[in-house]
Design a binder for this molecule. Sequence first.
Ligand code: MN
Length: 229
Amino acid sequence: MLATPPAAAPVTLAIAGHPERFTVNRVFCLGRNYHWGAASAADHSAPPLFFMKPTSAVVEASGQVPFPPGTEEFCHEIELVVALAEGGFAIDPAQALGHVWGYAAGLDLTRRDLQTRAKAEGQSWEAAKAFDAAAPIGTLVPVAECGHPSAGEVWLNVNGEPRQRGDLAQMITPVAEAIALLSRYLLLQPGDLIMTGTPPGVAALQPGDVISAGVTGVGQLQVQVGPRL
Ligand code: MN
C-alpha cells in the first residue's frame, strides 16, 4: 500500500456566544478598497484587485502572533472579514448579501518590504501576504445577530496609540459588490472568507507590540507580536 501524507486538519474559527465552530474554506482579500490619500500610488480608477492567503494562514486573533521571517517591515492591516454561507458564480449584487453567513474583524498581516519590491518588479504578492499566521481573525458574528454592517469604525491601535481609523461606509467596493466581483472570476464556495481591505494608517510592527483593533458593530481583537522567528 502506498503511504501518503495525513490530511491537514480543518481550519476553524470561534463564533461569538456559540459553541459551534465555522470551518474556513478559502481566503480572498481585496486590495486598494479604501482611499489612502494623495500620497498613495494606488490607481482607484482600476477595478479592485484581489489576492489570496492560504487557509493555513488563518489563526484565531488571541495571544501571540509570530513575527515572520524574511522581513524588516512587518505591517498591520485591520479589515472587515466576510464569511460566506453559500457560494455561487456570477452572483447578482442585489442578491449577494444573502450569501453571507457572518462577519468578523481580522488582520491582513503583510511583509510590506517584500510587497513593495514585488510591486516594483511586477511580481506576485505571495511572499508578502502568504505566510503562517498572516490572517489572525476574531470571533465570527452571525448575520442574524449583527445584520449587514454598512457603516461602523474600522480601527486599530498599537500599544494604545491610534494607528488606523476608517469607516466601513468608505469602502470603494462594498461587501455586496465585492462578492459579485469575485464570483465573476471563480465559483465562490461555502466557508470562503473575504477580507475587504484596510483604511489608511498601516505601519510597521515590532516584537512585543500589542495590537488592539476592531470593527464597530462587529467585534474586536487583541494580539501581541511575538519575537522574531
Ligand atoms: Mn489588506
